[in-house]
Design a protein around this ligand. Structure first.
Ligand code: TXA
Ligand code: MG
Length: 328
């Protein structure tokens, strides 16, 4: 999938860093992860420290293949096995009962564990060379925008990471879909790279998606994926007027110009033309937010895409980017 192939020596070096209890930033098809040996509680503790993440927020454990599921989870329902077979490697995370290899430090004290097999040749090569599970949240500071290039990771975490594996820009661009697969009726805890429609096609029945406004699981906060600039969401046809009004009031406004308004002229500090294809939008989303921050915008005006397919995950991230900030 990815265009960049890491040298074998880099993979070996990264595996050695993990074995020594260090932190490796690794590319996945969704976003870059900040990885540690999932079975080393001290290494896992460093992930929380570097991210500034509360220790009760569970991490995703990345494994090399569905055949290892039994090592990392217990009482795996047939439905979960089906989903793993169909979507792994891929942007799907399954929440299951914690297996014996998973320390409580990685799950934030929960008796469940989130597992996924990433669809990226470098991540898979690392998992194979390392041999164990890699606990990895997105490689950004708590609450901020997830990184989709190695440069984003270096800019945000710098020397706090022992080794950065560069796998080029992430193909999917938004995080994995998280599914509670502990019971016979799976439900979506976080929309992401695998669409609800894809899941329903495999399951042969409708799937519950938890409301985005309720805190359902640790780590799902109203404010998340947030750039420095404040984000305001309005109807697509109001984006231009809202942006120009704020710009006149003295704001440095960044605009996400929706595809339906592509021909509009807008007087603002910076303009992002939102791609019409949801896949291209998802791939670019976090980079666009970072770019508007870099250009000095203090306000971003955007609208929500249609909430189907990847649009569901994009809308979820935009709502949280626009959510009330802890400091406000
Ligand atoms: O695409 C992704 O999922 C990326 C890449 C690196 O794999 N990872 C990622 O990790 O997004 P993170 O830590 O930013 O988000 C993981 C979320 C947590 O915030 C939490 O909501 C949920 O996964 N989670 C993890 N373990 C869980 C569990 N046992 N039960 C419920 N939710 C869990
Ligand atoms: Mg994250």
């Amino acid at each position: 999938m990815a265009r960049v192939t890491a040298r074998t020596s880099d993979i070996e070096k990264a595996a050695a860093v993990l074995r020594a209890g260090g932190l490796v930033a690794l590319p996945t098809e969704t976003v870059y992860g900040l990885g540690a040996d999932a079975e080393n509680p001290a290494a896992v503790a460093r992930v929380f420290e570097v991210k500034g993440r509360p220790p009760t927020h569970p991490l995703i454990v990345h494994i090399g293949g569905a055949e290892h599921l039994g090592d990392w989870a217990e009482d795996v329902p047939a439905t979960a096995r089906l989903l793993a077979e169909r979507f792994w490697p891929g942007p799907l995370t399954l929440v299951l009962r914690r297996g014996r290899r998973v320390p409580l430090e990685a799950t934030g004290g929960l008796e469940t564990v989130a597992l996924r097999v990433p669809d990226h040749p470098i991540a898979l090569a690392l998992l194979s060379a390392f041999g164990g599970g890699v606990a990895a949240p997105s490689a950004n500071r708590f609450g901020s925008v997830s990184p989709t290039t190695a440069d984003h990771v270096r800019a945000e975490l710098g020397d706090a990471v022992d080794f950065v594996l560069d796998g080029g820009p992430c193909e999917v661009g938004v995080e994995s879909t998280i599914v509670d697969a502990t019971g016979d009726t799976p439900s979506v805890l976080r929309p992401g790279g695998v669409t609800r429609e894809d899941l329903e096609a495999v399951l042969g029945r409708p799937l519950a998606v938890h409301s985005t406004s309720r805190v359902r699981v640790p780590g799902q906060h109203p404010s998340h994926y947030a750039p420095r600039a404040r984000v305001v969401l309005v109807e697509p046809e109001k984006v231009v007027a809202e942006a120009e009004q704020a710009q006149e009031l003295g704001h440095h406004v960044g605009v996400f110009l929706p595809p339906s308004m592509a021909d509009a002229q807008v007087k603002a500090h910076a303009v992002v033309e939102v791609p019409a294809s949801p896949a291209a939008y998802a791939r670019g989303l976090y980079g666009f937010l970072r770019e508007l921050d870099l250009q000095g915008c203090d306000l971003i005006v955007a609208s929500l895409p249609v909430e189907e397919g990847l649009g569901l995950a994009i809308a979820n991230r935009l709502r949280r980017a626009a959510g009330p900030r802890p400091s406000q």
